[in-house]
Design a protein around this ligand. Structure first.
Ligand SMILES: [Zn+2]
Length: 228
C-alpha cells in the first residue's frame, strides 16, 4: 500500500510542441456537419481545457491499468470509497469534483508560423472503401510542426497521484485532433512544476512513483484479483 499523503497545491506548466497542425473541435463524428472549425474563445484559437483533460485522463487511466493501480473506468459508476482512486481524486467523479483544473490553451504563437488551413476529408465505408453519402467535410487546422504552446494545470494533488500524472503525460501523443487524419500529434513535457509551495523536479516525482509501483503497490489498494 502507498501511504496517503496530504494533497498540496499544484501549478503545472506544460510545453506542448506540435508535430502536426492541431484541430481542436474538429472531432470525427458524422454529426458535426460539413465544416468543422477550430474551437475559438473570444475569436482566438483555443485548445479547450476540457479537451486536454479528457486526453490526459485517458493516459492516466491506461498507465494506472498497466501498473495494477485501481482506477475507475470512464462513464462507469465509480466503485471508489469516499477517498476515491487516483483518477477520481484528480479528475472527479459523479460523487465529487476532481482536484485538478485544466485551463484553456491559446493556440496562437508569436512569429510567422501561425497558420490556418482547411483540409477536406471523405468518410469511407469499412470493407467496401466507397464514400458515405454526405460524408465530405472540411476540417480547419491551426499551426505548423514546431509550434509551441503553453498549457496550465492547477489544483491540489497528492504526491503519488502527481507522479502518476507526470508519468502519464509522457504517453500523451495526440491532442486536439484525430492523429489518424494527421492532426494533433504533439510532444508534451513539463516546463515548471510547483507543488506544495516549492519548485519540484518532475523526473524525481516520476522516479519515486515508479519505485512505489515497482514494489508492487497498487495506489491505495492491492491490485484486483481476477480469480476468487
Ligand atoms: Zn475512482
Amino acid at each position: 500500500m502507498v501511504p496517503r499523503t496530504p494533497a498540496e497545491p499544484l501549478l503545472l506548466r506544460l510545453k506542448i510542441e506540435a508535430a502536426a497542425p492541431l484541430s481542436p473541435g474538429g472531432g470525427g463524428g458524422v454529426a458535426w456537419g460539413p465544416y468543422r472549425p477550430v474551437f475559438r474563445r473570444g475569436g482566438r484559437p483555443v485548445l479547450p481545457g476540457s479537451s486536454l483533460k479528457g486526453r490526459v485522463r485517458r493516459a492516466v487511466e491506461a498507465l494506472a491499468r498497466d501498473f495494477g493501480i485501481r482506477a475507475c473506468q470512464p462513464q462507469a459508476s465509480p466503485t471508489c470509497g469516499p477517498d476515491g482512486c487516483p483518477v477520481c481524486r484528480m479528475f472527479g467523479s459523479p460523487r465529487a469534483p476532481g482536484g485538478l483544473r485544466f485551463w484553456d490553451t491559446c493556440l496562437e504563437e508569436a512569429g510567422d508560423r501561425q497558420a490556418f488551413e482547411a483540409r477536406s476529408h471523405v468518410g469511407l465505408m469499412r470493407g467496401t472503401g466507397s464514400a458515405y453519402p454526405r460524408r465530405l467535410w472540411l476540417e480547419e487546422r491551426v499551426g505548423t510542426p514546431g509550434c509551441q504552446y503553453e498549457a496550465r494545470i492547477t489544483g491540489i494533488v497528492e504526491r503519488f497521484d502527481l507522479g502518476l500524472l507526470l508519468a502519464a503525460l509522457r504517453q500523451v501523443e495526440v491532442i486536439g485532433g484525430s492523429g489518424s487524419r494527421g492532426t494533433g500529434w504533439v510532444t508534451v513535457r513539463p516546463a515548471e512544476v510547483q507543488w506544495g509551495g516549492h519548485t519540484v523536479d518532475p523526473s524525481v516525482l516520476v522516479k519515486d512513483f515508479l519505485a512505489e509501483v515497482g514494489r508492487g503497490a497498487g495506489g491505495n489498494d492491492p491490485p484486483a484479483q481476477d480469480q476468487p
